[in-house]
Design a protein around this ligand. Structure first.
Ligand code: MG
Length: 308
């Protein structure tokens, strides 16, 4: 361990997302040096305490301002999410993500990708709608009763807000940071998107009325009406794309889009019911290989923002 301390760890799947969030912090400090409501990013890991030297060397090598670290010495690192008041836990380790969810924290699996052509002046986050920002109520109707029942359900409930999904709170934290820039009428370094498989005319209204009911501002929305999300993601160039659907995640990874699978709802129940299918698809298989590679940054990145 000690002999490799000066060997820099490789970039992990959440690296660009974290780096861009830290750049937003710099912009917030320029806006108001006294503002303490920043992206508060904590590294938690199963690693031994002595591994901190190599980790800190690597953090400094990349010029990242990451001061909060827990190395749990082989213990479950999600034990400490409550102490850190995490709003979101990201990890390439699906078992750890499930532990975090069991402990009551929104969490997603992040996957290795090879793309590097990401905007460096703006943090871009894409959220799926159903079973990510919203509950899986409508998704459940679609999966269990088919598309016509889904359309009829949405028509009948068009004026009824959907329940909150696992990333609703995190999205609100992001919107609160954006508001600092909007209030001072300066360009915002964060852009948010909702990219949903919902159709616009038949099922789009309920999604937007739900956001309006919550007072949650999302900058852009796309109703993809079942088309592949990959082409739109290539155009957006997000630092992270959150979706609950394994097929959408695989399509994103095929295009080297950084993607995080939110383990929640009826689609995840299907994945859990078929353990042999886990990581079977090419993109997700590639992640497992690359995460196990020598020198890859394996630490977990729970991302949270301090309470407003
Ligand atoms: Mg979904």
């Amino acid at each position: 361990m000690v002999e490799r301390e000066n060997e820099v760890l490789g970039k992990g799947p959440a690296f660009e997302f974290v780096e861009s969030a830290l750049a937003v912090n710099d912009r917030i400090r320029k806006l108001d040096p006294k503002d303490n409501e920043l992206f508060d990013i904590v590294i938690v890991s199963r690693n031994h305490a002595q591994a901190a030297v190599r980790l800190i060397n690597s953090i400094n090598h990349y010029g990242l301002c990451l001061e909060r670290i827990t190395l749990a010495g082989g213990a479950d690192p999600t034990t400490y999410l409550g102490a850190w008041k995490a709003d979101l836990f990201l990890s390439p380790d699906e078992d750890d993500v499930r532990s975090a969810i069991k402990a009551g924290f929104p969490a997603a699996v992040v996957y290795k990708y090879n793309g590097e052509d990401l905007p460096n002046d703006q943090l871009r986050i894409v959220f799926d709608g159903d079973a990510v920002l919203f509950s899986d109520e409508a998704e459940r109707v679609y999966q269990q009763r088919g598309f016509p029942a889904f359309v009829e359900n949405e028509r009948q409930k068009a004026g009824m807000p959907l329940d909150e999904g696992p990333l609703r709170k995190f999205a609100s934290r992001i919107a609160a940071i954006q508001e600092k820039f909007h209030t001072k009428e300066v360009p915002c370094p964060i852009r948010t998107y909702i990219l949903t498989a919902r159709s616009g005319a038949s099922a789009g209204k309920r999604a937007i009325l739900t956001l309006r009911e919550w007072g949650l501002k999302i900058d852009e929305c796309t109703f993809n009406a079942g088309a592949s999300k990959a082409a739109m993601l290539k155009a957006i160039k997000p630092h992270l794309f959150f979706d609950d659907s394994p097929s959408h995640i695989d399509a994103a990874l095929e295009e080297n889009i950084p993607a995080a699978r939110v383990l929640y709802g009826i689609k995840d129940e299907k994945v859990e019911a078929k353990p042999a299918e886990k990581g079977k698809k090419r993109g997700r298989e590639r992640l497992v290989e690359s995460d196990g590679a020598k020198g890859t940054l394996k630490e977990h990145f729970p991302v949270k923002k301090t309470k407003s």
